[in-house]
Design a protein around this ligand. Structure first.
Ligand code: 5GP
Ligand code: ZN
Length: 141
């Protein structure tokens, strides 16, 4: 038996409120929903985080995302929706089997607060261009 809680959910040894599955992915209600309709989408294969995906595995997972977002939108009529994925404990990952959160948003008091400082950037436009150049060289050469 797997030691990973989400692998156990896929295996059926731990119960879950499943909403969708296909050959490659599984979607279910979060056990501690932040808002009404908080869903998790996971790959059936144990993949710890975003760094470990092949392009094909990522494509299969994200292919299911619009379907899930649209059914949440149609059923619960949220005002908006946040998709969120945490990688690594410092980023807030607590279950080390990749999962994409779908958090339907109703208003500013619905319990979810994705905030970051936008008033004053620590980075000049020149510094941003420098950082982009480093990344571009890695990605496009
Ligand atoms: P993370 O903090 O890793 O991004 O999110 C983990 C999420 O998994 C949390 O929102 C938590 O409520 C959810 N979770 C943890 N254990 C279980 C479980 O056994 N069943 C379900 N359905 N969700 C779980
Ligand atoms: Zn797992």
């Amino acid at each position: 038996m797997s030691t990973c809680i989400f692998c156990q959910i896929i295996e059926g040894t731990i119960p879950s409120a499943k909403i969708y599955e296909d050959e490659h992915v599984y979607a279910f209600m979060d056990i501690m929903p932040v808002t009404k309709g908080h869903v998790l989408l996971i790959p059936k294969k144990h993949i710890e985080n975003i760094y470990d995906f092949s392009e094909e595995q990522a494509a299969r997972l994200f292919a299911a995302a619009p379907k899930i977002a649209n059914v949440l939108k149609a059923e619960f009529n949220p005002a908006g929706m946040n998709l969120l994925n945490n990688n690594g404990a410092p980023a807030g990952q607590s279950v080390f089997h990749f999962h994409l959160h779908f958090v339907p948003r109703y208003d500013e008091t619905d319990g979810f607060q994705p905030t970051w400082e936008t008033k004053q950037s620590k980075y000049t436009p020149e510094r941003i261009q420098e950082l982009a150049a480093v990344l571009r060289a890695k990605l496009q050469n």
